[in-house]
Every structure is written in structure tokens, then in C-alpha cells.
Design a protein around this ligand. Structure first.
Ligand SMILES: Cc1cc2nc3c(=O)[nH]c(=O)nc-3n(C[C@H](O)[C@H](O)[C@H](O)COP(=O)(O)OP(=O)(O)OC[C@H]3O[C@@H](n4cnc5c(N)ncnc54)[C@H](O)[C@@H]3O)c2cc1C
Ligand code: FES
Length: 509
């Protein structure tokens, strides 16, 4: 399924469409202004409203219209960056805190669904990390040792995976994981937030951030919100030009959802150890009101804007799903989205480095954005309420880890290497070569032009130079967008910003 601009439509949208409220049409003041209506922004806004703060939330599109609407919504503290690595980077105490923070986030989601009576199909279940070869089996053993070291004693090695077609090798069983319906949850949070006096303005894009004792944001239409505290939860911080974007890298990730006979696959979360890796969950027949279960298979991640044929990842994913789940029926949904991988593997949640003390960010979610977003809500609420929180240090956006210097260098060399696109030839020499419904790059002197041909055969040209820091965008034939290979900005076929860090559209030619 695709929407009118050619972007994929995730399964969740069938049950709950992304949520519009009203546009901001005047200037307002409040205690806390939150920018971004995904799980991080809305959880923070809700928890602060619950503390009695006057909170205003501003969202450029609709609530859930960002990556939260595109998630697969595993709720897990079996972190995919592996505890063996986290112990190396943050020590046993740091890794233990990370583990407990995600466990606490799952508890928090469960608590909120009960307290606010949100029917978000929340379920507790086991998670299984399975090996596909002997090398991975050794890694599995190391991971078991690591979780034992941080005191997570009820993780066990199982000789057989509950789905025998997945692997003949052992797997680790992680208890007390979860799954839920991300958009039903957001809808419930939105209702609870407004009932507590919170104000929400959608289709309200912030284009300017002014720091100071009182922080002020300016919207596209020129209206302002001034607040004592400002939280920027825009998935990637659009209030930061450089610093944070050197510490994390954007990846595209793909999902196919296939029907499977009811009960054929035990209800659990499954993750493999391949690179790129695969993640699997069910939406059961009961939860989706259908005769069959829905098997949701994700993975095939790659660096944003650095793959000339993104569509091949859907085929690879489907092939893999059919091999591992021979009982799989037809593909009902396919969608893709974006995650940010921090160089030292934990999210960045806290005060914005180099900014006033009352400006906070939440970013670097990796594949654990449901729990990271909830951690953001809890941690930022404590910071704003002036309460100590033991997670402050491990999630501090200003942290520097010498142990991740190699990864930092690798990611930033990769960004520098993208400048080669300035000297490579164009994909076409003339706009007439661009076929309807596609986009192609054309060389024009020393720069490049992004040419999109719409379904009626009309060609639209904009500069291919990303308005963030000047890399050359590339065409994404899965989402019909121009994607930047450097820090993940994305633009629609006509050059309008879809996701930051860029805040300005591609220049129209
Ligand atoms: C395919 C896929 C599968 C995933 N699977 C999982 C999973 O199983 N488990 C898990 O935990 N995580 C998963 N994730 C990650 C998770 O979905 C995300 O990390 C999480 O949803 C991010 O939430 P967020 O609130 O930070 O960002 P978003 O949901 O992207 O919200 C940010 C919002 O900010 C708004 N915004 C941006 N700029 C502005 C501006 N200038 N003014 C106003 N508003 C603005 C955007 O429109 C957007 O709505 C997955 C992600 C993808 C793509
Ligand atoms: S996103 Fe940074 S240069 Fe494009």
C-alpha cells in the first residue's frame, strides 16, 4: 500500500490513522514546550502534564506521522547492540543501568495502558535471540555470560528454538519482553495528555529555536511558543546543526507482514544475529480481528541514501521470511522507515550540548525507540522537575567515549566519502530520460539536479544539494523520496522536507 506521495503505509495505520488536532494560529506561553509528536515527545508531554506542568506539544505533521507510525513495536530490553559490547563501552554498572532502564520502560508502558485504560494490545512474552551458525553460537554464549555479569539471571540458553524452522542451533530466551500496537498506544496517550490540560498543535512545523532563560520556538507560519523548558523530540534533533549528527548514523530498515495460520508460530519476539539482522513478531488474529495471524518480519537495514536499489530489500526480506517460515501466506503489508544508530550504541537523552540548560533532546533511538522514547519521557521529566535520575549519565548527549572513537571515525569518514557525488557523472543527461513515477540525478555544471517525473509525465527539478550540510541526495524508489546519504534528511519527490536534520526544502530550479 502507498499513500498519495508514493510512501509506504504501515500496518498500524489500518486501525488508527495518524492523528491531527489543530494548527497553531497565535502566540502562546507555557512551562514546557515539546516539539515532536512521536513516542518520545508525547510520553514526555504526558508525564509532565501529569506532574501539573502546563505543556504545549507542536508537531509538524500528524501525531504518529514520524517513525513511531512505522515501527514494529517490539518492547525489549534484550538490546540488539549486545550486553557484551555495552559492558565494554559503559562497564558492568552502565550496562546494568541500560538493561534496567529498558525493563522499566516496558513496565511504564504497561502501567500507562492500565492507568489510562488504553486498549493497545499490550502483551508480555518471551524474546528469542537465535544463532544461524557456529560462530554465532559462540557469540550467544558470550552474551549469556554478559547478561549474567550484569545480574539478569533469568535469561536462559535453550537447545531448541520454539520455531524449529528458524534454526537447528540453540537460542537465548529473554523473559518479560513485550509487544503492542504503537498507534493505538499513541492515540490513548494523546487523549490522556489533553485530558490533563495539555495542548497539541499538529501541522505546525518549528523552523527556528531561540535559546535563553525563556526558550522560544517560531513556527513556519510565524507564530511563537515561549517556555521555561524546551524538549526537542524530533527523532533527529533539528535544533542542532552539526554536533549530534556526527555521533549517530541513519539507516533505512524494511518490513514485510505476511499472513500465517492462526497459532502456527508461537507468540514471541525473535531476532537473529546476521548482519544485516532480522526481527520478527506476531500480531495475532485476535489482536487484529482477522482469521489469520500476521507475521511481521523486519530487517535488511542499510545506510540511508547509500543503496541504488532499495526495493531489492523487500524481496530479500520476503525470501528470508519464506525460507524460515514455510507456513507463511501472502504478503499483506510492506513498509520501510529510518532508525538512528549512535556510535556508542545508547540513545542521547538529556540537555542539548552547547545549548542553554533548559533545552533537552531525545535522539539515537536505534532499533529500540519504543523503550528509548519512554525512557526519554521518564528521564526528561525528572530533569525538568529537578529530581535526580540514575540514568542521566549513561544517556547524556554530551558524553564522549574514547572506546567508541573508532566507530565515530568510521561513520564520519563515511560521511566525508559521500562528497564524491559532486564529481561523479549524472544518472541521466536530459530530464526527458526520467521515466514517470521515478527520480534521477542529472549533472549541471559543477553540481547536480534532482529530476522527478510525475505520473502525468511532468518533470520537476530541484537542486540535489541537501540543505543540511550540502551532500548530494539520492532517489529512494521504495518511498518515492530524495534521501541524503550523510545524516538522513529526506525530501519528497518535489523537494519538500520529510525528515530532518534539514529544515529547508531543496532549492527549486
Ligand atoms: C521499520 C521500523 C521498525 C522498528 N521497530 C522497532 C521495534 O520493534 N522496537 C522499538 O523499540 N523500536 C523500533 N523502531 C524504532 C522506533 O520506531 C523509533 O525509534 C521511534 O518511533 C522514534 O520515536 P520518536 O518519537 O523519537 O520519533 P518520531 O516518531 O519520528 O517522532 C518525531 C516527530 O517529530 C516531528 N518533527 C520533526 N521535525 C519537526 C519540526 N521542525 N517541528 C515540529 N515537529 C517536527 C515529526 O513529524 C515526527 O512526528 C523501529 C523503527 C522502524 C522504522
Ligand atoms: S542530512 Fe546532513 S548533509 Fe544532508
Amino acid at each position: 500500500m502507498k499513500n498519495e506521495s508514493g510512501a509506504s503505509v504501515p500496518y498500524w495505520v489500518k486501525d488508527v490513522s495518524v492523528m491531527d488536532t489543530q494548527k497553531l494560529t497565535n502566540n502562546l506561553t507555557c512551562d514546557v514546550c515539546v516539539v515532536g509528536g512521536g513516542i518520545a515527545g508525547l510520553t514526555t508531554a504526558y508525564l509532565l502534564a501529569k506532574e501539573g506542568k502546563r505543556v504545549i506539544l507542536l508537531e509538524a505533521k500528524a501525531i504518529g506521522g514520524g517513525e513511531t507510525g512505522r515501527t514494529t513495536a517490539h518492547l525489549s530490553n534484550a538490546l540488539d547492540d549486545r550486553y557484551a559490547n555495552l559492558i565494554n563501552l559503559f562497564g558492568k554498572d552502565g550496562a546494568r543501568l541500560a538493561c534496567l532502564s529498558h525493563a522499566r520502560a516496558i513496565d511504564k508502558i504497561e502501567e500507562i495502558t492500565k492507568e489510562e485504560n488504553i486498549d493497545a494490545a499490550f502483551h508480555r512474552l518471551n524474546g528469542y535471540l537465535f544463532a544461524n551458525n557456529r560462530e554465532q553460537q559462540d557469540e550467544l554464549m558470550k552474551e549469556l555470560e554478559a547478561v549474567q555479569q550484569i545480574g539478569w539471571r533469568d535469561v536462559v540458553m535453550r537447545k531448541e528454538c520454539p520455531v524449529v524452522s528458524l534454526t537447528a542451533l540453540p537460542c537465548l530466551q529473554f523473559p518479560e519482553q513485550g509487544r503492542f500496537h504503537a498507534l493505538k498506544y499513541l492515540a490513548g496517550l494523546l487523549k490522556a495528555f489533553t485530558e490533563k490540560g495539555g495542548q497539541v498543535f499538529t501541522q505546525t512545523k518549528v523552523v527556528e529555536f531561540k535559546s535563553g532563560n525563556v526558550a522560544t520556538v517560531v513556527t513556519e507560519d510565524g507564530h511563537t511558543v515561549s517556555s521555561n523548558h524546551l524538549v526537542v523530540a524530533t527523532n533527529t534533533p533539528v535544533n542542532d546543526m552539526v554536533t549530534m549528527h556526527t555521533k549517530q548514523a541513519p539507516y533505512r530498515t524494511y518490513v514485510v507482514a505476511l499472513s500465517v495460520p492462526k497459532g502456527a508460530v508461537p507468540d514471541a519476539l525473535y531476532w537473529d544475529m546476521d548482519n544485516p539482522y532480522h526481527y520478527i513478531r506476531l500480531q495475532t488474529a485476535e489482536d487484529r480481528g482477522a482469521a489469520t495471524d500476521l507475521l511481521i518480519v523486519g530487517g535488511e537495514d542499510h545506510k540511508t541514501g547509500q543503496d541504488a536499489h532499495p526495493d531489492k530489500h523487500y524481496y530479500a526480506l520476503e525470501r528470508w521470511a519464506r525460507l524460515k517460515f514455510p507456513m507463511a501466506g501472502e504478503v499483506e503489508y510492506r513498509w520501510s522507515g529510518q532508525v538512528y544508530e549512535p556510535v556508542d550504541r545508547l540513545a542521547f537523552i538529556g540537555r542539548n550540548p552547547g545549548d542553554a540548560d533548559n533545552v533537552y533532546i531525545a535522539t539515537g533511538d536505534s532499533g529500540h525507540g519504543m523503550t528509548h522514547g519512554t525512557i526519554a519521557g521518564m528521564l526528561l521529566t525528572d530533569l525538568i522537575m529537578g529530581r535526580p535520575n540514575e540514568w542521566t549519565k549513561i544517556y547524556d548527549p554530551a558524553r564522549i567515549s574514547l572506546k567508541s572513537a573508532g566507530e565515530f571515525l568510521k561513520e564520519n569518514l563515511n560521511v566525508a566519502a559521500q562528497m564524491k557525488d559532486y564529481v561523479t557523472p549524472g544518472e541521466v543527461e536530459d530530464p526527458s530520460e526520467v521515466l514517470p513515477g521515478t527520480g534521477r540525478l542529472m549533472r549541471k555544471g559543477t553540481t547536480k539536479v534532482a529530476v522527478y517525473c510525475d505520473a502525468e509525465g511532468v518533470r520537476h527539478e530541484c537542486s540535489a544539494v541537501c540543505t543540511h550540510l550540502g551532500c548530494i541526495v539520492s532517489w529512494n524508489n521504495v518511498e518515492n523520496s530524495w534521501d541524503c546519504p550523510c545524516h538522513g534528511s529526506r525530501f519528497d519527490p518535489y523537494g519538500r522536507v520529510v525528515t530532518g536534520p534539514a529544515t529547508k526544502n531543496l532549492e527549486k530550479l
